[in-house]
Design a protein. Structure first.
Lengths: 269, 318
C-alpha cells in the first residue's frame, strides 16, 4: 500500500508543481540578491542570507530558512489535508477500503507518503540552492565559517546541512499530523488544509506574542528555527532536543486522534 | 451468501435502515429495489463494512461483518454509488493501482487480468487518455471492470447501468447473467424496475429503511386469474362466455379464467377465430408500488413533517 501511495504521489502533477514552487522561491531570492548585492544585515532574518553574498556555499542553509516558515508548511498542510479527504471527495476512498485496504494501513501509507514528500522537498531545495549558490556568488566551500565564527571543513558543512534537512523535515511532521487528522474529519480537502493552516498561523502568531509566553514552549512552531544552532560551535542541543520532542508529541497525539476517528468512521462519501 | 438480522442504522434520530432481515442465497441474482432515499445504498455500505450498523447482525459468505470484513472483501467485487477513479490517470493505470492496493493476485499476471476485465466490460481497446476525459458510460464500465478484476464470488453493484445507453445496458445485463451462470452471486440495487425484472431471480423492496418485500420474481409475476384474448369474433365470444368477460374493447377481451389452453380449445371448437391468447400476470411494478411510497426526492406539502426522516444531509441516492 505504501508503494501505491508513493506512486499516486509521484503521478500527481500537483506534487511536482508544488516542489517546483518550493525550489523556485529560493532561486528567486538568489537572483534578486545577485542582481542588487543588497543583503540583509548580519543577524537579520532570514538567517544566513547576509553571509551568502560572500560565500555561496551557505546558500542551501539560507534557502531552508526561506522556505521553512511558510512555503514548506503550506505544502505539507495541503498534502496532509488532501490525504484522506481528497480520496473521500473523489469517491476513491470507498474503493480503496473495499480492495480491501485496512483503515490503519491506509493512514500509515498516507503518513509515509507525506514524509517522503517532505524529504524530497527539502532535498530538492538544498540541491537546487547549492547549485544556484555556487554559481551566482563567490564560493569558497573550503572556507565556510559557522555562525559562531569557527571554520568548518566541507565535510562538517555537509554533515550539518544533512542534519538541518532532517530537522526541518521532522519539524513539518507536527503540521502534517494535524492536517492528516483534520483530513479524516472532513470530506473536503480544502477544509482540512485550511484547518491545518489555521493551526499553523495561530502557532506562528502566538510564538511572537509575549503575552502568550506561558504556552510558547508547547507550540509546534516554537523550535522550528532551532536547526540554525547546528551551524554554531559548539552546537547547543537544548532547543533542537526540545523541538524534536514537541514534534513527537504532536505527531503521537494527532495520529492517535486521526486513527481513532478514521477507524470508527462511517464512510458515506 | 448474505444474511442480515434486524439490521438497523440510525443517522441522528432517524433510522435510515430499519430492522432489515435480508437473505441472499448463493447463485441468486438479487435485485434491491426502492425509491430514492429508501436506504438501499446505506444497506449496501453496511454489507461491505463501510458504514457500521447501529444494531443487528450481518453475515457475508459465512463470516460476520464488519468484524471479519477483511476476509470477505477479497472475494467481493463492488460498485457503490457510482464509479470513482483518479481523473488524471488512464483507466489501465487506475486498475493497476486498485489491483496493487489490495490482495488481488500476483503482479506478473496484473496486466493480463486488467486486459481481461477491460475486455469484459467493452473497454478492451481503450487508449491511454486520462479518466477525466471519459464519458459517463465509460466511467461506469471502468467501475465494473474494477469490480471484476479478481473474479469475485459475490458482486455487489449499486445502480450498475447508470449512465449507459440502451445498448450498454443490455451488454452489462448479458455480462452479469453470464457471470451468474458461471457461479457469481449478484446483488444489485436499482430504481429501474425493468432492469431488475429482466435480470433478477429474486427481489427485495426497500421503503423508508424497511425491507417491505422479499420474494422470487416468478412468485411476484404470478397470474392474475385473467386471460387476455384477441379475436375478430370478440362479440360472439362474449356471448358464448357470458358473465366471465370483464372487458370488451374492440376485438380484445379480458376474461376471468385460469386455463388458457382450455379457453382456447373451447373458442375454437365453437368456430371462433382466435388471434392471441395471453395469461395476464401481476407486474413487478404493481408489486413494488403496492408496498412503497414516493421517494425522498418528492416532498409533498402535507407530508413534510412526516418525511423528515429521509431529508437528511446524507440522503442516499441509491
Amino acid at each position: 500500500m505504501i508503494a501505491v501511495e508513493l506512486l499516486k504521489l509521484a503521478r500527481r502533477p500537483r506534487t511536482w508543481v508544488s516542489l517546483g514552487l518550493l525550489c523556485g522561491l529560493p532561486i528567486l531570492v538568489a537572483v534578486f540578491l545577485w542582481w542588487t548585492k543588497l543583503g540583509p544585515k548580519p543577524g537579520e532574518q532570514p538567517a544566513f542570507l547576509a553571509a551568502v553574498l560572500s560565500n555561496g556555499a551557505l546558500f542551501p542553509a539560507a534557502a531552508l530558512a526561506i522556505v521553512l516558515p511558510l512555503f514548506l508548511p503550506v505544502a505539507v498542510a495541503v498534502i496532509g489535508g488532501d490525504a484522506v479527504a481528497g480520496e473521500a471527495s473523489a469517491g476513491t476512498l470507498r474503493y480503496l477500503l473495499l480492495r480491501p485496504v485496512g483503515r490503519t494501513r491506509l493512514l500509515v501509507a498516507k503518513l509515509v507518503a507525506m514524509v517522503v514528500y517532505v524529504l524530497t522537498g527539502v532535498v530538492l531545495v538544498v540541491a537546487t540552492s547549492l547549485v544556484v549558490g555556487l554559481n551566482l556568488f563567490p564560493s569558497e566551500p573550503t572556507a565556510v565559517t559557522s555562525v559562531s565564527g569557527v571554520a568548518l571543513t566541507p565535510q562538517q558543512l555537509a554533515v550539518r546541512i544533512v542534519a538541518a534537512m532532517l530537522y526541518v523535515a521532522v519539524s513539518m511532521l507536527g503540521v502534517g499530523a494535524i492536517a492528516l487528522f483534520l483530513s479524516t474529519m472532513s470530506d473536503s480537502p480544502l477544509a482540512a488544509a485550511l484547518g491545518a493552516l489555521a493551526a499553523l498561523v495561530t502557532s506562528q502568531v502566538l510564538v511572537t506574542l509575549d503575552a502568550a509566553g506561558s504556552v510558547r514552549p508547547y507550540l509546534p512552531t516554537r523550535y522550528w528555527l532551532a536547526w540554525i544552532d547546528l551551524f554554531r560551535d559548539p552546537i547547543p542541543w537544548r532547543d533542537i532536543d526540545r523541538g524534536l520532542a514537541i514534534q513527537a508529541v504532536y505527531v503521537a497525539v494527532f495520529l492517535a486522534a486521526a486513527w481513532a476517528n478514521f477507524a470508527s468512521k462511517d464512510i458515506k462519501s | 451468501m448474505i444474511t442480515t438480522t434486524d439490521l438497523t442504522k440510525y443517522y441522528g434520530p432517524n433510522a435510515v435502515v430499519d430492522g432489515v432481515d435480508l437473505q441472499v442465497s448463493a447463485g441468486d441474482r438479487f435485485g434491491l429495489l426502492g425509491p430514492n432515499g429508501s436506504g438501499k445504498t446505506t444497506l449496501i455500505r453496511m454489507l461491505l463494512g463501510l458504514v457500521y450498523a447501529t444494531r443487528g447482525e450481518i453475515t457475508v459468505m459465512g463470516r460476520p461483518v464488519p468484524k471479519r470484513v477483511a476476509h470477505v472483501l477479497p472475494r467481493v467485487g463492488a460498485l457503490v454509488e457510482g464509479p470513482a477513479a483518479y481523473g488524471h490517470l488512464s483507466g489501465r493505470r487506475n486498475l493497476a493501482l486498485a489491483d496493487a492496493a489490495g490482495p488481488g493476485g500476483p503482479r506478473r499476471t496484473r496486466s493480463a487480468r486488467i486486459a481481461d476485465a477491460l475486455d469484459r466490460v467493452g473497454l478492451g481497446g481503450v487508449d491511454d487518455r486520462p479518466v477525466k476525459a471519459y464519458s459517463l458510460g465509460m466511467r461506469q464500465r471502468l467501475g465494473l471492470a474494477a469490480a471484476l478484476l479478481r473474479s469475485p464470488a459475490l458482486l455487489v453493484l449499486d445502480e450498475p447501468t447508470n449512465g449507459l445507453d440502451p445498448f450498454g445496458i443490455r451488454e452489462i445485463r448479458d455480462l452479469l447473467a453470464e457471470l451468474n451462470v458461471a457461479g457469481t452471486t449478484v446483488l444489485l440495487s436499482s430504481h429501474l424496475l425493468s432492469e431488475v425484472e429482466l435480470l433478477c431471480t429474486r427481489v427485495g423492496v426497500m421503503d423508508r429503511g424497511r425491507l417491505v418485500l422479499q420474494s422470487g420474481v416468478d412468485e411476484l409475476r404470478r397470474p392474475t386469474g385473467r386471460i387476455l384474448v384477441t379475436s375478430p369474433d370478440a362479440e360472439r365470444a362474449e356471448a358464448l362466455l357470458d358473465g366471465r368477460v370483464e372487458v370488451r374493447d374492440g376485438d380484445r377481451l379480458v376474461i376471468r379464467e385460469t386455463d388458457p389452453a382450455a379457453l382456447n380449445a373451447r373458442l375454437v371448437a365453437e368456430g371462433l377465430r382466435v388471434a392471441e391468447v395471453q395469461v395476464e400476470r401481476h407486474t413487478l411494478e404493481d408489486a413494488v408500488l403496492e408496498v412503497t411510497r414516493p421517494g425522498s426526492d418528492r416532498v409533498d406539502r402535507s407530508e413534510r413533517t412526516d418525511r423528515v426522516d429521509t431529508v437528511d444531509g446524507h440522503d442516499d441516492r441509491g
